[in-house]
Design a binder for this molecule. Structure first.
Ligand code: GLA
Length: 387
C-alpha cells in the first residue's frame, strides 16, 4: 500500500467520512547549502519520499490528528497552540500562522503518514508543515499562494520548533516539479526551473544514520555567525544587507575585527553562493563532471570551514572521491551534523558502489548506512486514489 492508500483507508475507518487527499514531498538539495538564510542561491528539488494526508472539516473548532507512523493521536484547539518538538507542535505552528493572518480556520479530522526518513536531511518537517498548510488552504478556500504557504510553514519552524531555518525546504516542497530542480534566488524569492535529465546517473542518498541531538542549536549558531559578519561589514559598506551582497574583499577588510570562526563561516557562504551560480551554468551546459567537482568542493567547505559535517559524512564523501569517475559527485546534504550524503552515481555502477560503501562503513562505524534512490516529484498537490 502507498502512504496515500494507507491514510485514506485509516481515515475512513476512524472518521467515517470521505477525505480530501494530498501528498507533500521531502526535498533534496543539489547545491547551495546554508545559503538560503544568507539571501543567496539554492538548488533543491522535491522528491518521491513524501507524506500523504487525508483530511476533512469536522464542523467543530477542534483539530483531531492521527499520525500513522507514530501510531499517535493528538487533538488541539486554536486557543491552545504550544511550541515544542513534537510533530503536533509543527501543525499547531501552521494553524497559528493562519490565525495570525486573521483567516477563519476551523477544526478538521486528519490522518497523515509517509516514507520520508526523519532526521536524514530530507526535510520531513517542511513536508509536514507545507502539507497541513495546503490542506487548510484547500479545505477552507483561503486562496493563499504557494509562496504565502511556504512563509507560514517557515515561520512555524522558527516560532514553534525554534529552528531559524531559511526558506529552501518549504519552497522546494511547494514548488517542485517532476523533471526539474529549482534555482531559487532567496533574496528576490524568484525561481527558475533547471531541467534534470540525468539519463545515466542516479541520485543516490546515503543515510549515515547519525542524528545530531544539538543540530538545531548549532544551526542557529551558524546563522548568528553570518549575521555578525554582516553587521561588521556594514560598518564599512552600509549597502551590504546580507552575505549575498558581500565579496571576499569585504570580508578581508573585517578579518582583524572578527574571530577566525566568524571569518571562516562567512568565507564559506560567500564562496558557496558563487559556487551555486557556477554549478547552475554547468548543469545548463550538461557538464555533469564539472557539476560533480563543485559538489565535492561544497562538501569540504561544509566540513572544514562551516563545520557542519561529521566523521561519518566525511568518510562517505572520501570514499566517493576515491571510487573513480563513476561517482560524479557527492557531498553532505541539508542542515548537516549527519543525515544523508547526496551522490550522483552512474547507473551501471550503483550496485558495486553501494556494496563497497556498505562494507567499509560497517567496518569503520559498526553500524549500517541506508540507501535511497530518489526520483524528482511534483510539489505539494491533491491526489485521488486510482482503483
Ligand atoms: C536546513 C534548513 C534550510 C537550509 C539547510 C542548509 O535544511 O531548513 O533552510 O538552511 O538546512 O542548506
Amino acid at each position: 500500500m502507498t502512504p496515500l492508500q494507507s491514510v485514506d483507508a485509516v481515515f475512513k475507518g476512524k472518521f467515517n467520512n470521505e477525505p480530501f487527499l494530498i501528498v507533500a514531498p521531502g526535498r533534496i538539495n543539489l547545491m547551495g547549502e546554508h545559503t538560503d538564510y544568507n539571501n543567496g542561491f539554492v538548488m533543491p528539488a522535491a522528491v518521491d519520499k513524501h507524506i500523504a494526508f487525508a483530511a476533512a472539516p469536522n464542523g467543530t473548532d477542534q483539530f483531531n490528528v492521527y499520525s500513522l507512523d507514530f501510531n499517535e493521536s493528538f487533538s488541539f484547539h486554536l486557543s491552545q497552540l504550544k511550541p515544542g518538538n513534537h510533530w503536533s507542535n509543527y501543525m499547531m505552528g501552521v494553524a497559528g500562522g493562519f490565525k495570525q493572518q486573521g483567516l477563519p480556520l476551523a477544526g478538521i479530522d486528519c490522518v497523515f503518514g509517509g516514507n520520508i526518513p526523519t532526521g536524514a536531511g530530507l526535510s520531513s518537517s517542511a513536508a509536514l508543515c507545507c502539507g497541513i498548510g495546503f490542506v487548510f488552504n484547500e479545505l477552507f478556500h483561503f486562496n493563499l499562494t504557494r509562496l504565502q504557504l511556504a512563509k507560514i510553514a517557515q515561520r512555524a519552524e522558527h516560532e514553534f520548533a525554534g529552528v531559524r531555518c531559511g526558506i529552501m525546504d518549504q519552497y522546494a516542497s511547494l514548488f517542485g516539479l517532476a523533471n526539474a530542480a529549482l534555482m531559487l534566488d532567496c533574496r528576490s524569492l524568484q525561481h527558475e526551473y533547471l531541467p534534470i535529465r540525468f539519463q545515466e546517473v542516479e541520485i543516490l542518498l546515503i543515510d549515515t544514520n547519525v542524528k545530531h541531538e544539538l543540530a538545531s542549536s548549532a544551526y542557529n549558531q551558524r546563522r548568528a555567525a553570518c549575521e555578525e559578519g554582516v553587521s561588521m561589514i556594514q560598518k564599512n559598506k552600509p549597502t551590504v544587507q546580507s552575505l549575498r551582497d558581500a565579496d571576499l574583499n569585504d570580508l578581508e577588510m573585517i578579518q582583524p575585527l572578527v574571530s577566525p570562526d566568524v571569518f571562516s563561516k562567512c568565507q564559506f557562504i560567500i564562496q558557496e553562493i558563487a559556487r551555486t551560480q557556477q554549478a547552475a551554468q554547468l548543469l545548463k551546459a550538461h557538464d555533469l563532471a564539472g557539476f560533480g567537482k563543485k559538489m565535492f568542493e561544497t562538501h569540504w567547505g561544509l566540513s572544514k570551514k562551516y563545520e557542519v559535517s561529521c566523521s561519518e559524512s566525511d568518510f562517505l564523501v572520501k570514499l566517493a572521491e576515491n571510487f573513480g569517475s563513476e561517482v560524479v559527485g557527492a557531498r553532505q546534504m541539508g542542515g548537516g551534523f549527519g543525515g544523508c550524503t547526496i551522490n550522483l552515481v552512474n547507473k551501471a555502477a550503483v550496485q558495486k558502489y553501494t556494496s563497497k560503501v556498505k562494507a567499509e562503513y560497517v567496518a569503520s562505524f559498526k553500524k549500517e548506512p541506508d540507501f535511497y534512490s530518489v526520483m524528482l516529484m511534483q510539489g505539494v498537490h491533491a491526489e485521488s486514489i486510482t482503483p
